[in-house]
Design a protein around this ligand. Structure first.
Ligand SMILES: [Zn+2]
Ligand SMILES: [Zn+2]
Ligand SMILES: [Zn+2]
Length: 476
């Protein structure tokens, strides 16, 4: 790890934390940590590589357990040390247990092999992480007990036995510290991993760092240049020496009371960050439109929006695009002149519409709504928030496809600048943005030249130039 950059310290009420040992620049990588243990979700076991977590077609199956899948030999070989015992256990049991059980077993195999610290750069032994078992509600405890029972059957082929209490502790710490790992496009959750150093970083709703998953590089010709799957922690802005490093465990686009509730339920602490205690932006996220609609109307539309958003969620799950579209447009009509453009319920509708309209290839409408979404997001999010970057990318693509190349190009450039900070230059999303940036740049140049040409053409042939232009636009 980058041991000279940060250190453990006593963060008071929050327990231990990490702080900067020197001044840090925007976008600087503070931590690059391979997973201590990671597993692909059972539901995606044959669609996501168990080594690099890339989602792709035609994965190769492990011939022995027939459960693990890999891109190719390189990925399989890289992962064999971690899969060896798992492979034998799955064969013996005849089926693969759920992802929590597989992760717990992988963690313990690794723990028994390394005897505590995996390397000098690991700041805390993995089984010293907090489990928060005493905070779990009754139903969660029941689930945990079932997992422990099933774990012991799966583990029976392991050499070293552990008391059930210790196994409960491992399940508890996975629940509190496990990180959901996205696929390479950041579109879908693909699995679950444990990163002990990252677990030491405390939460702030307005953090100074952000975490991304780097899927590593297995394609280099020389195996010495291969790099494993790892998380990367980057600075969202300048950080001064001695400042605590923080990340956000929840999306900022919730009013402070809702964020606090989520954090309490999922991570068992009361957030007292500045944004929560001063309720920063709560007013904007729940604001009424400028024309001062009556309190009753605002209340009614808010309730209607909440209800509709639930229906939208259901229709999306069912893949019913026309229903999603109908519900969203109805809702937006009701919200007009009642809720402000930064109201969360309006932004949630605006974030769904471009997706479904793009799917239906109605790009002009998609672009219009995406533009509004980005405007609202810009007023609420930190300027280097990755969600803002992704939204700008979606909006940029929608404008581009609608033939609005100039606006699209500008949005793509903005998204690229944010992703350079949050994801770094080698991430596949940043690379996608880079190629879209050059493509739109070329198209923009061609468009401008065409316009100049048209001005110089004699009147009689201008109509054919016009046709060319329309043709060109249609191809977008
Ligand atoms: Zn792979
Ligand atoms: Zn296997
Ligand atoms: Zn907070």
């Amino acid at each position: 790890m980058t041991a000279g950059i940060m250190e453990l310290f006593d963060a008071g009420k929050k327990g231990r934390g990490l702080r900067a040992k020197k001044e840090i620049n925007t976008g600087e990588v503070l931590l690059a940590e391979p997973s201590y243990a990671a597993v692909v979700f059972n539901s995606l076991a044959s669609q996501v590589c168990h080594s690099c977590f890339r989602r792709q077609a035609n994965l190769h199956r492990c011939a022995q357990c027939r459960f693990a899948h890999y891109c190719d030999r390189t990925c399989q070989t890289a992962c064999w040390e971690d899969h060896k015992q798992e492979c034998a256990a799955i064969r013996k049991l005849g089926t693969a247990p759920n992802e929590n059980i597989r992760l717990a077993a992988r963690l313990l195999w690794r723990r028994n092999k390394d005897q505590g610290l995996a390397s000098d750069s690991q700041l805390v032994a993995v089984d010293q992480l907090q489990d928060h078992i005493k905070d779990l509600p009754e139903d969660e405890l029941k689930k945990l007990a079932t997992d422990v029972k099933n774990f012991l059957r799966y583990w029976s082929c392991g050499t070293k036995q552990h008391p059930a209490e210790y196994i409960s502790h491992i399940f508890g710490l996975i629940k509190s510290n496990g990180l959901t790992l996205p696929d390479q496009r950041g579109l879908q959750s693909a699995g679950l991993g444990l990163f002990p150093n990252l677990s030491l970083i405390n939460h702030d709703c307005w953090p100074n760092c952000t975490v991304t998953l780097n899927h590593g590089n297995q394609s280099a010709v020389s195996s010495t240049l291969h790099s494993p799957l790892r998380i990367e922690l980057r600075a969202l802005g300048k950080i001064s020496e001695g400042e605590e490093l923080t990340v956000s465990y929840v999306d900022f686009l919730n009013v402070s009371a809702d964020r606090q509730k989520q954090l309490k339920e999922r991570f068992h602490f009361d957030c007292s960050c500045d944004h929560c205690s001063q309720h920063i932006s709560d007013d904007l996220m729940a604001a009424a439109a400028e024309g001062k609609p009556s309190a009753d109307v605002v209340k009614e539309v808010t309730a209607f929006s909440k209800e509709t958003l639930e229906k939208v969620e259901k229709a999306r799950k069912d893949g019913d695009h026309s229903q999603v579209l109908k519900l969203c447009q109805e809702c937006l009509e009701k919200q007009e002149n009642v809720l402000a453009d930064t109201h969360l319920y309006k932004l949630r509708v605006l974030s769904v519409l471009p997706e479904v309209l793009s799917y239906l290839r109605r790009f002009a409408e998609a672009a219009e709504y995406a533009g509004k979404m980005v405007e609202g997001y810009t007023k609420l999010y930190h300027p280097n928030n990755a969600q803002l970057g992704l939204a700008l990318m979606r909006a940029g693509v929608a404008h581009w496809h609608a033939g609005l190349v100039e606006v699209g190009h500008k949005m793509i450039c903005k998204a690229y600048r944010i992703m350079m900070v949050t994801h770094g230059p080698n991430h596949s999303i940043t690379k996608d943005l880079e190629s879209m940036r050059s493509q739109t740049e070329v198209e923009l140049k061609v468009l401008k030249e065409n316009v100049l040409d048209m001005k110089n053409l004699p009147m009689t042939s201008s109509s054919s130039a016009d046709e060319n232009m329309k043709d060109f636009l249609r191809k977008q």
